[in-house]
Design a protein around this ligand. Structure first.
Ligand SMILES: *Cc1c(COP(=O)(O)O)cnc(C)c1O
Length: 391
């Protein structure tokens, strides 16, 4: 029986512990205590302190982007990124139906309307060629941009998302954006440490965002950041998210409707310590993925998802895809593994099936709908990954 076989493979790879093994847990084995203690000792826990600048500089250096702007969480960062990509009320924004709800929510915060795009099986992300064909058939290019004649709304931007850390096929998506006068904003929330053709994800969007929520590959407790190669956009984003206060020794003067979205110093302190350890996390996660790949190779009815060949993935969440013929066993697999203390999880419910997004425009979503019936995430914490023992 397939569900038992999957359980046995997981048991053979995962450590035998008393407590349950969670899908993804953080690891604090570096300078977290030291840096956080420094914040407490100096009293600089909030909006003043050196760690925010340091974290932003480390992020920019690691990703190769010109600038990073740290924020309270990834959703807020995406909202601000969309604003600076020019998304305005009553615009439409293209995004995958297979994503975490935050991607669609950030579009709603702009009073814009999500327009759902299908995925492809080799990346689990947005399907560039299918999107191109769809736009070619269904949109009109006018002086002021790309329009959806069915709704009369302008389509302003595209949000590719790197599903479970696996880079989406960015080059053809970038070309689609060029052809149809669309801005790209990458939802790179899950892809810190993931590279597309040797360059870090997040560098294709006009602005892109990361999340440092507790379940992501590195965490600041809660947190996020925008990265961009446009200095002036970075400056504006920093200003807007720090209450739009004009710097002055004592005066409080704000020049627009700003947001209090800055990342507190104490969270940035954690972020610095976490980013220092990212290379170790990546190595361990790739080891774990390699163990899984090897162990699931000979099991019929299931595939372990591996990175597309143009990508170096962070393997944030490891993924099993049941075959068409075994898809009906998905719930049994979820039940038996969770009952045995091994946390597994199905796909997010597709966005167009959620009550607040069910009436949004969308293309044919058959691949995403099919993936939703077959996808299972399995334990992926860095601590679970150890190199093969020397023979
Ligand atoms: C985690 C996540 C976000 C949101 O990040 P938060 O920090 O939780 O607000 C956005 N998009 C995707 C795809 C995510 O996985």
């Amino acid at each position: 029986m397939l569900p038992e076989k999957i359980l046995n493979v997981l048991k053979s790879i995962l450590p035998q512990t008393k407590g349950p093994i969670s899908l993804h847990e953080p690891c604090f084995a570096g300078n977290e205590w030291k840096y956080v203690k420094e914040c407490l000792d100096t009293g600089w826990v909030s909006s003043v302190g050196k760690f925010v600048d340091r974290f932003e500089n480390m992020l920019a250096e690691y990703t190769g982007a010109k600038r990073a702007v740290a924020m309270v969480n990834g959703t807020a960062a995406l909202y601000i990124a969309l604003k600076y990509a020019g998304v305005s009320p009553n615009d439409e924004v293209l995004l995958p139906a297979l994503t975490f709800v935050a991607t669609a929510n950030a579009v709603s915060y702009c009073q814009a309307v999500p327009h759902f795009v299908d995925s492809e099986e080799n990346t689990l992300g947005m399907a560039p060629y299918k999107l191109f064909d769809y736009l070619k058939k269904h949109v009109e290019i006018r002086k002021s941009g790309c329009y959806n004649p069915k709704t009369g709304r302008r389509i302003k931007a595209v949000i590719p998302m790197h599903t479970f850390g696996h880079p989406v096929d960015l080059d053809p998506l970038f070309e689609v954006c060029q052809s149809f006068h669309l801005e790209m904003v990458e939802d790179a929330a899950e892809s810190v440490g993931s590279f597309y053709k040797k360059k870090h994800t997040g560098n294709w969007g006009k602005l892109s965002l990361f999340s440092f929520n507790g379940n992501k590959i590195i965490t600041t407790g809660g947190g996020g950041a925008i990265i961009t190669n446009d200095e002036s956009l970075a400056e504006m984003a920093k200003h807007l998210t720090t209450t739009a206060k004009v710097p002055h020794k004592w005066e409080f003067y704000h020049d627009q409707h700003g947001y209090n979205f800055r990342m507190p110093n104490i969270n940035a302190a954690m972020g610095c310590a976490q980013l220092e350890q990212l290379p170790i996390f990546l190595e361990k996660k790739r080891c774990l993925a390699e163990h899984y790949r090897h162990a699931f190779k000979d099991i019929d009815g299931i595939d372990f998802f591996t990175e597309p060949d143009f990508a170096q993935s962070n393997y944030w969440l490891n993924t099993l895809l049941l075959n068409e013929t075994s898809a009906h066993e998905k719930d049994t697999v979820l039940e038996i593994t969770n009952n045995h203390g091994i946390q597994t999880r199905p796909s997010w419910t597709l966005m167009h099936k959620l009550p607040m997004y069910q009436d949004c425009p969308r293309m044919d979503l058959s691949v995403a709908e099919n993936l939703e019936t077959r996808l299972i995430n399995i334990p992926s914490s860095a601590r679970l990954g150890e190199p093969y023992a020397e023979a």
